[in-house]
Write a protein that binds this ligand. Sequence first.
Ligand code: COA
Length: 262
Amino acid sequence: MPDTGDPRIRLEHRDHVAILTIARPEKLNALDMSMMSALERAAQLIEAERDIRIVLLTGEGEKSFCAGGDIEGWAGFSPLDFGRAWVRHGHRAFDAWARLRQPVIAVLNGHALGGGLELAAVADLRIAEEHVMIGAPETGLGIIPGWSGTQRVARRFGAQLTRRMALFGEVFAAQEALALGLVDALAARGAGLAKAQDYVERILARGPVALELTKALINAAEGEETERPLEAIAGALAATTEDLKEGVAAFRAKRKPKFRNE
Ligand code: COA
């Protein structure tokens, strides 16, 4: 698997399964600009690799899945750059992840806070280890949850739950997060990746193309994106027709096509 461009964003791939690990445990896996670029690149690599059928997204260490954006890095931004660079960059990377062809499972090995919650939200399923805490502390720092924390997070988990976290600063422990639908399954400390195997096997037993199309349709229903899946599915259908062959043949022969409507 090619390099993501930053060793703290580690991508491995084996037996149809890709594992993306955020590996900056000394800073609780907080994401800086270079790591965001690497995350975006990783999504492009995964998208292009036909052999990958499911992706696990996790963090290194026991304490944190991701403690959000790198707060230290904010000092270097002008207000406009904060919007133009930091927020837009985060959206590009997280959108690419939420719209991946393959199903994604977030294995919350530790806390998911702020950008960590926003990153967990890009996944199709979340498994939390029992010690995990989940929340959106940004307004307590005087900033907004800007990597779709008021948008995708609200779409996926509901606006009211988002209000509780983002406006009132509620932080949920794993068990409560399960009851509220923020996560889909629990695992013992250190056992999240093993627990994910059950779900990996379920995915690998299903038709990859059907899964890809179904994920795109569910994303469209949720408002994640509509234009690209619609055109991708329609394009794939049109590409199966004899009329396309005829159109291309006519183009090459510099003649008018004789379409047969089939
Ligand atoms: N950005 C940059 N550095 C971060 C960070 C972040 N979001 N979250 C944690 N770190 C760093 C700490 O500065 C510390 O670095 P240091 O050892 O060089 O001082 C290291 O990670 C360990 O964190 P620390 O705060 O000492 O651990 P803790 O167990 O006392 O507290 C948290 C854990 C998660 C409660 C606390 O780190 C925290 O509140 N982090 C910020 C979470 C947040 O607000 N995220 C939203 C940003 S979008």
